[in-house]
Write a protein of this length. Structure first.
Length: 297
């Protein structure tokens, strides 16, 4: 079965953290895909904010699903967490890269309402997994380069490009035309046989095109092409046994970050770990991510 044809069933996140307030369905724009849920920690703020971006190949996913669990744990550490929805792609409706503009709208909404929700607008972080990691890195890189990507219908931004304090990307797809080559290099059989085709999740995002046939669109989707010395600190995590996104995508992004930004990315490559939160939702990984965040705050 192709990735695009898998059935999606929403599974809510387990609320196992101490939160003083949970605010659902805040509208950062018009329509149900433009709402966010906000989780505020116990105590007095202002609280640094984590904006968590779920994965799903840009084809499926919902806010406050089970995929939020790793980031939701930061509520116990004094961080507020926002879980937004964003527009999805389908074979009949390609929204990429409009999601980047939507992330900017999420950030602007949280900035405008920072006093109301006791948020520290000087410390906003992006965390994403899988395609959410691509969006997190692409948003942070394009914002820091002051490059417009995508659009959001009916939205006029009231504030300049936002400043992101730091970004954590887990097993993201960053080089959309390199999947097949990298899987071969790693001697890993892709989980989805349509990898590299127009109907792969990466092909659909590029307008139902084989990635190796649309180099300009591939370049637009690669966060490294927006790296400047203004890029915020980043942490990249991936598993060496990933059958959905080759972990070399993260390795190469870290190398580009060093070359173009002039600083080292913090990296963590998990031996034999596969794709998805199962291998990354544990106290050891949480501690590593928290250390990264706390160094900035």
């Amino acid at each position: 079965m192709l990735f695009k044809d898998h059935t999606y069933q929403f599974e809510p996140v387990v609320l196992d953290v101490r939160s003083q307030q949970i605010i659902k369905d805040l509208p950062y724009g018009q329509g149900v895909r433009h709402q966010l849920d906000l989780y505020l920690p116990v105590g007095s703020g202002p609280f640094p904010l984590i904006i968590d971006l779920y994965g799903g190949g840009l084809l499926r996913g919902e806010k406050s699903s089970y995929k939020l669990h790793p980031s939701l744990q930061f509520v116990n550490d004094g961080y507020a967490v926002a879980s937004p929805n964003y527009s999805l792609n389908s074979v009949n409706s390609i929204n990429f890269p409009n999601q980047v503009a939507e992330i900017r709208a999420v950030i602007e909404y949280c900035q405008i309402h920072a006093k109301q929700y006791d948020l520290d607008s000087n410390h906003f972080f992006l965390i994403g997994e899988s395609s959410g990691a691509q969006l997190a890195l692409l948003a942070g890189a394009s914002f820091s380069a002051e490059a417009n990507l995508g659009h959001m219908s009916g939205k006029d931004f009231l504030t300049p490009f936002p400043k992101i304090s730091g970004i954590i990307g887990l097993y993201g797809p960053y080089e959309l035309d390199q999947f097949q080559q990298q899987f071969q290099q790693l001697a890993i059989k892709p989980k989805f046989p349509e990898c590299g085709s127009p109907l792969s999740f990466e092909g659909i995002a590029l307008g139902k095109s084989a990635p190796n046939k649309v180099p300009e669109q591939v370049a637009q989707a690669n966060p490294a092409n927006y790296f400047t010395t203004k890029m915020p600190p980043i942490m990249l995590l991936a598993g060496t046994a990933d059958q959905v996104v080759p972990y070399l995508q993260s390795v190469n992004l870290a190398q580009k970050y060093l070359e173009l930004v002039g600083r080292s990315a913090q990296t963590l490559w998990l031996a034999d770990a596969d794709h998805g939160i199962a291998d990354f939702d544990n106290p050891t990984i949480h501690r590593a991510k928290l250390d990264f965040l706390n160094k900035i705050c």
